[in-house]
Ligand binder design. Structure first.
Ligand code: 5GP
Length: 189
């Protein structure tokens, strides 16, 4: 998606270890106009997909997910990164965080994902695919169906996208980063 690619090239910053910072428009300060355009693009790309629920992971997936849910007029559920002790009836899985270099639990209340739900997962980044694998597990535990996964930015050099596509999952990424070698952002067109 051209507008996102141009914004990444303009405002994105590279960090050691293949990290791209987009704090200026996605991860800290947020650009709602761009966020809306990205959601419109997801709606277009998943137009032929039967969806009844949007799922994401807190925190940075919530903004794009709520925009998609708003446009599709569908409920949006965010998986929580800590298991609240007030919550019973939980589905939970462990996810390894590439940026934080540790594992954490991700959980969703069974009241909000049901058998037969057709789930579109939306997140900010796809890197190694660990968060996505956790979501696949949660959806499976709920006997729901994962009908697609949409990411704002995919880092192709970390190969999570290859894994998901090999599983036959419909993956859409609005910008694909080919490499961040030598702290140069190279976008795949
Ligand atoms: P994965 O689980 O696919 O390895 O990583 C995806 C998660 O890690 C995303 O939800 C995102 O929060 C975080 N992440 C991975 N790579 C980056 C990156 O380069 N920049 C930022 N800001 N977050 C990242």
């Amino acid at each position: 998606m051209k507008a996102l690619e141009e914004r990444i090239l303009r405002d994105g910053k590279c960090f050691e270890g293949g990290i791209l910072k987009v704090d200026n428009f996605i991860n800290h300060q947020m650009d709602p106009i761009l966020m809306k355009s990205m959601a419109v693009e997801f709606v277009r790309r998943f137009a032929s997909t039967d969806i009844n629920k949007v799922l994401t992971i807190e925190a940075s997936g919530i903004a794009p997910a709520i925009m998609v849910g708003y446009l599709l007029e569908l409920p949006v559920v965010f998986a929580k990164k800590s298991v609240p002790n007030t919550m019973q009836n939980m589905l939970s899985t462990s996810v390894y965080s590439f940026t934080k270099e540790r594992s954490y639990n991700v959980c969703v209340n069974r009241d909000y994902i049901h058998e037969g739900d057709k789930i579109l997962f939306i997140d900010d980044f796809l890197a190694n695919g660990n968060a996505a694998k956790g979501i696949i597990d949660l959806v499976k535990q709920a006997d729901a169906e994962l009908v697609g996964m949409g990411f704002l930015i995919e880092k192709a050099f970390q190969h999570g996208g290859d894994y998901l596509r090999e599983q036959g999952i419909h993956v859409e990424s609005l910008a694909i980063i080919e490499s961040l070698d030598n702290c140069r952002i190279k976008i795949r067109h």
